[in-house]
Every structure is written in structure tokens, then in C-alpha cells.
Design a protein around this ligand. Structure first.
Ligand SMILES: Nc1ncnc2c1ncn2[C@@H]1O[C@H](COP(=O)(O)OP(=O)(O)O)[C@@H](O)[C@H]1O
Ligand SMILES: [Mg+2]
Length: 251
């Protein structure tokens, strides 16, 4: 699905990502972990086209997509959520989800302005799909609610529904469990597993080690922008460098 080759990004003198390489198999859950400042969000921003790499390649199904805009990447099946909530609080919950579908809707602006029946039909279909996705992520009770009526945990899931509305093949989640309590984290874990089982390849940045260890087919450990270790959950957990640099530090 995705191959990263010798990817680097510098901000002035700061080497945020340094010579990172890895591959993600279609249908798998791949996690990126590491201490704060390790380069995880920068890596996401490179993959999703927010930043242009200083050097290296990003191959999405064998096409080098490094330097493409987030829009172009979304059209190629990439979607994401953000470390900090990006929900429009002055909108209805379902409208936030519908925003995510605009890329796959393929409707023309003039038709929209003229309120043609074809557009109204597409809008109704989009609304139906958004309601289905809200049900899928477990916030179906908020279909007629405003975003302000939702708890933080429900909003985190609404964001996932919005990302899914673009019908991605590859979904990147930046700290989906951040700020969630134990129960909510368990629910997010179940949801991510359900998303993967629906055929979406998942890349996950997350600090909650239990969630990462439970979910991941493969884990990449970054430290100071560089790959510290890579492997299955069991391999990474047993790696002395990881224990020293990350798990040890956390303990
Ligand atoms: N836009 C930016 N401009 C300058 N430095 C940045 C920018 N984004 C990230 N950095 C720096 O790059 C490093 C990695 O940051 P980040 O990718 O946010 O780490 P993480 O998500 O692992 O906590 C940090 O030293 C951070 O200060
Ligand atoms: Mg981050």
C-alpha cells in the first residue's frame, strides 16, 4: 500500500525526520511510536502532503507521490485525522462528516448553485452515507445533534467518521486515544479494528502502549527523527534500545 524510502525533513537546523524507510502492507495496522518530538506528526504531514520532503520517496501503490497536495492524495485514497480535534463546532455533527465526503462526490459547482435535482439527490445520498458512518463509529445518537452537544470522546469518533467519508484505502490516525479515559480507549481500539476489517489500511500514531500493542501488525519506533526499531509488537517490546529510550523512560 505504502512504501517510504529514505525520507527526510529538516526545519532549518532541526532534522525532524531523518532517513526513514518502511513499508505498509495492504490491510494491516501499522503504528508509529516514539517520545514527544520524535518526528511522528512530521512523518504524517509528509505522507499526507502537508509538508514537502527535504529528500526521499513516498510510494503509494508504487506511484511516487512525494510533493503532491493533500487534495491530490485524498483523491488517491488517503485520509487522516489530526492530533488536535479539527471539528467545526458551529456546525451540525452530521455536516462535519459530510465535509469529508466532498472529495468523492464529484459534483459541479454550477449545478450546486442552481440547486439542480441531481445535486439535491447527491446531497441526500451524502447525508445518508454520513448517518451510516456515524452509526458505524458509534455516535449514531448524535445524527440530529450539533457538534457542541457531543463529548470529547464522541468528537474523536466523529473525526474518524469524517475521515472515512472520503472513502479512503489508507487511513492515518494521529493520537486517536489522546485525552480519552480507559473505557473510551477500549472503544476506540475496537473501532480501529473494525475499520481495518472493513478493508482500510491503518497507520496509527499513539502514546497508549496497550492500544498499540493490542492492535498493531507492525510497529515503527522513532527517536530524534530516526528509526530506532521496527517489527511486530513482541519484537519491539523485547528490543533493549526501545525499552531504554521509550518504554523505560515512560515507566
Ligand atoms: N513546522 C515546524 N517548524 C519547525 N520545527 C518543527 C515543525 N514541525 C515539527 N518541528 C520539530 O520537529 C521535531 C519533531 O516534531 P513532531 O513531528 O511534532 O514530533 P512528534 O509528533 O513525534 O511529537 C520537533 O523537534 C519539532 O519541534
Ligand atoms: Mg505529534
Amino acid at each position: 500500500m505504502l512504501t517510504i524510502q529514505n525520507l527526510s525533513k529538516s526545519f532549518g537546523g532541526v532534522k525532524a525526520v531523518q532517513d526513514v524507510s518502511f513499508s505498509i502492507r495492504e490491510g494491516s495496522i501499522h503504528s508509529v511510536i516514539g517520545p514527544n518530538g520524535a518526528g511522528k506528526t512530521t512523518l504524517f504531514n509528509l505522507i499526507t502532503g502537508v509538508y514537502i520532503p527535504t529528500s526521499g520517496k513516498i510510494l503509494l501503490r508504487n506511484e511516487n507521490v512525494a510533493g503532491l497536495t493533500p487534495d491530490a492524495l485524498a483523491r488517491r485514497g488517503m485520509s487522516r485525522t489530526f492530533q488536535n480535534l479539527q471539528i467545526c463546532m458551529n456546525m451540525a455533527a452530521i455536516d462535519n462528516v459530510m465535509v469529508g465526503a466532498h472529495l468523492s462526490l464529484n459534483q459541479n459547482m454550477f449545478a450546486g448553485m442552481l440547486r439542480l435535482p441531481s445535486v439535491r439527490k447527491a446531497d441526500a445520498r451524502c447525508r445518508e452515507e454520513a448517518a451510516r458512518l456515524m452509526e458505524f463509529v458509534g455516535v449514531g445518537q448524535y445524527v440530529d445533534a450539533d457538534a457542541t452537544q457531543m463529548s470529547y470522546g464522541a468528537l474523536k469518533r466523529l473525526e474518524i467518521a469524517r475521515a472515512l467519508a472520503a472513502r479512503p484505502k489508507l487511513l492515518l490516525l494521529d493520537e486517536p486515544a489522546a485525552g480519552l479515559n480507559h473505557t473510551e480507549t477500549g472503544e476506540i481500539e475496537a473501532l480501529i479494528r473494525k475499520v481495518a476489517q472493513s478493508g482500510v489500511t491503518v497507520v496509527l500514531v499513539e502514546h497508549d502502549m496497550k492500544l498499540v500493542m493490542n492492535l498493531s501488525d507492525h510497529i515503527l519506533v522513532l527517536d530524534y527523527g530516526k528509526t530506532l526499531a521496527e517489527g511486530t509488537a513482541a519484537e519491539v517490546r523485547a528490543n533493549p534500545d526501545v525499552v531504554a529510550a521509550y518504554l523505560g523512560a515512560a515507566a
